[in-house]
Design a protein around this ligand. Structure first.
Ligand SMILES: [Zn+2]
Length: 157
């Protein structure tokens, strides 16, 4: 399963080399994963549930990217006019962006989405039993480089 931003500059087949039919994709603004809640189910939750419990995917990649407008809006605290996103997200403290590419912010954002995903009970269960692995990736639009989330940094794949 590949979870990434709705930004059309992210061409998943080009990044992964996957043939048609190989990936089950979920695309949201800013590759945001909503917190697990049975009282407020969402299309995204249902899609993840279907992938894990019905399709039995063995890997989930959450892929953020440089120059992400959604991450920029979150970091600038600029989502007051987006009530649906506001109800979904826990924006970080507004702060100065590191630059137009917003790499540190985007990578931190991927880590935050991984935490949300790992709090899904069935995801946590499958990870614990070793039948599911979860990865954080970051795609740099300018260079085409993909890096993977390691303990302390994102390292080139
Ligand atoms: Zn984006």
């Amino acid at each position: 399963m590949f979870i990434t931003c709705a930004d059309s500059r992210i061409v998943t087949a080009a990044i992964t080399g996957a043939e048609p039919g190989a990936l089950f994709e979920l695309r949201t603004a800013g590759n945001v994963i909503p917190p697990y809640s049975l009282t407020a189910p969402s299309s995204e939750m249902a899609t993840i549930e279907f992938a894990v419990l019905q399709l039995g995917v063995s890997e989930i990649v959450v892929c953020g990217h440089s120059h992400c407008g959604a991450v920029g809006a979150l970091n600038a605290g600029g989502i007051d006019h987006l009530p649906a996103m506001r109800g979904w997200l826990r924006p970080g403290q507004p702060r100065q962006a590191s630059g137009p590419a917003m790499r540190p912010e985007g990578q931190e954002h991927v880590r935050a989405q991984l935490e949300v995903l790992l709090a899904y009970p069935f995801v946590a269960e499958k990870v614990a039993e070793g039948s599911l692995r979860v990865h954080g990736w970051f795609y740099d639009i300018e260079t085409g480089e993909v890096s993977a989330c390691a303990e302390h940094a994102f390292l080139p794949l």
